[in-house]
Design a binder for this molecule. Structure first.
Ligand SMILES: [Cu+2]
Length: 210
């Protein structure tokens, strides 16, 4: 069961990784027309769902244009004097690293005002960590839970009993999930876990008494 749980978790991680890798999209700005004064980049961008991790590829004749990322105000004013980044090599690839709007203009005089400007609205990447770890820990198999630092005390720690250490082997796992891994990790147990152990021990004693 331990290997089954581990391989299941590994498969889940691999699946998440593959989905994340496949989800990144590479866009060629303007498609076949490329980055040019005759482009209509508002139309090109409309309907596209940009997200963090996607890349924009600007294709143009090197030196004839630039790709300047600018602020919203500079985008509106067609000013590249405070550009966040600039490139004129002829093939500029920009990775969209943050969510929100990103503004690009050509810094050559007159080009931006004639339409060589692009704004993309970047959505946050899909939840990259859907937290697959807790699932196998809660399911069953105490041996699969030993790698999970899941220290959520299900029981409210009342007065810590003195017989906490002696009950580590008693079958109280149903009542106290954190107590499953108590045998080996005594040093790592938190005070709350010890309190849970003591409470579980008390409950076990009471159950046995009746
Ligand atoms: Cu230009």
């Amino acid at each position: 069961m331990a290997s089954g749980g581990a391989s299941l978790a590994l498969a889940a991680l691999l699946l998440v990784g593959c989905v994340a890798a496949a989800a990144a999209t590479k866009y060629t700005v303007g498609d076949a027309s490329g980055w040019t004064t005759s482009g209509d980049y508002a139309t090109w961008a409309s309907g596209k769902k940009f997200k963090v991790g996607d890349t924009l590829e600007f294709k143009y004749a090197g030196g004839a244009h630039t790709v300047d990322e600018v602020s919203a105000a500079d985008y509106a004013a067609c000013s590249s004097s405070n550009a966040l980044s600039s490139d004129s090599a002829g093939s500029t690839t920009v990775t969209l690293k943050t969510a929100g709007k990103h503004y690009f203009i050509c810094g050559v005089a007159g080009h931006c005002s004639s339409g060589m400007k692009l704004v993309v609205n970047v959505a946050a990447a899909k939840s990259s960590a859907p937290a697959p770890a807790p699932a196998p820990a809660v399911a069953s198999a105490p041996d699969a839970a030993d790698t999970t630092p899941d220290a959520t005390p299900a029981t409210t720690p009342k007065s810590p009993s003195s017989s906490g250490g002696a009950t580590s082997k008693t079958p109280v796992t149903v009542l106290s999930p954190p107590a499953k891994k108590s045998t080996s990790g005594a040093a790592g147990l938190s005070a709350a876990a010890w309190a849970g152990l003591g409470l579980a021990g008390l409950v076990a004693v009471h159950l046995g008494a009746f």
